[in-house]
Design a protein around this ligand. Structure first.
Ligand code: C5P
Length: 238
């Protein structure tokens, strides 16, 4: 198991690898781990994972894989070899796709002698609200019901957990039990900008609800004083 020293995962959403690594170095005493998403991975490639791993920093590789099972399995194998501590796939890709990812991570970690990454499913993005969910995405019913249904499906497929809004934590915990990993973006310390997120909670409230890991981006990375910003969050949650 990769170890995160606290539940706080900082999203390094930058184009530039040096900017990302400099910030990571500066705030590492307070961060549990770092998240490399599409913006940084597509700009800097696997070098960024290599550099973060060389510093012994656990990395959540947030590429939200969503394709046919064989392709997702191949991508999962590649990210396992590259040292991902956590990686994710879209629950909307279906149970077979999720199971392929879980099996590929297990098998590739055994073959390459690397540590198996946690594989989690993205449920409904935290930027989606109930109206968009109905009118643009064609779903009916409440977002929370869809999230819980996908979380159960992910668990049946052998995944370790889900990415969901902090508003759904309690319902997922009830349905999936105490060991299921729940990662929540949409975290906003009191008084900070919401940006494009819709379903948010403060770090302390999200942990109280039962989140395993919190993903925080702009409240730290876009702050004029990132070190102070992360210290304030660590104070709030400890
Ligand atoms: O800057 P902010 O704190 O909103 O960043 C949230 C991070 O979490 C972003 O990197 C975004 O890609 C990611 N994320 C999300 N919602 C999800 C999954 C991931 O906001 N459902």
């Amino acid at each position: 198991m990769h170890s995160f020293k606290n539940p706080l995962i900082i999203a390094l959403d930058f184009d530039n690898i040096n900017e990302a690594l400099n910030l990571a170095e500066k705030i590492r005493p307070y961060a549990g781990g770092f998240k490399v998403g599409m913006q940084l991975y597509y700009s800097a490639g696997q070098e960024v994972l290599h550099q973060l791993r060389a510093k012994n920093l656990p990395v959540f590789v947030d590429l939200k894989l969503h394709d046919i099972p064989n392709t997702v399995a191949g991508a999962t194998r590649a990210l396992t070899r590259q040292g991902a501590s956590i990686l994710n796939v879209h629950a909307a890709g279906g149970k077979t796709m999720m199971r392929s990812a879980a099996e590929a991570a297990r098998d590739e970690a055994d073959k390459s002698g690397s540590v198996r990454p946690l594989v989690v499913a993205v449920t409904v993005l935290t930027s989606i609200d109930q109206i968009v969910f109905w009118q643009e995405m064609g779903h009916s019913g409440a977002i929370q019901d869809r999230v819980v249904a996908w979380a159960l499906m992910a668990q049946e497929a052998g995944l370790d957990g889900v990415v969901a809004s902090p508003l759904e934590i309690a319902a997922i915990r009830d349905a999936c039990g105490p060991d299921f990993v729940i990662i929540t973006p949409g975290i906003r310390p009191a008084g900070t900008a919401i940006n494009d997120q819709k379903r948010t909670l403060t770090p302390g409230e999200a942990l109280k609800q039962g989140a395993t890991y919190l993903v925080v981006g702009r409240p730290v990375t876009a702050s004029h004083a990132p070190l102070e910003a992360i210290k304030a969050i660590v104070n709030e949650i400890s």
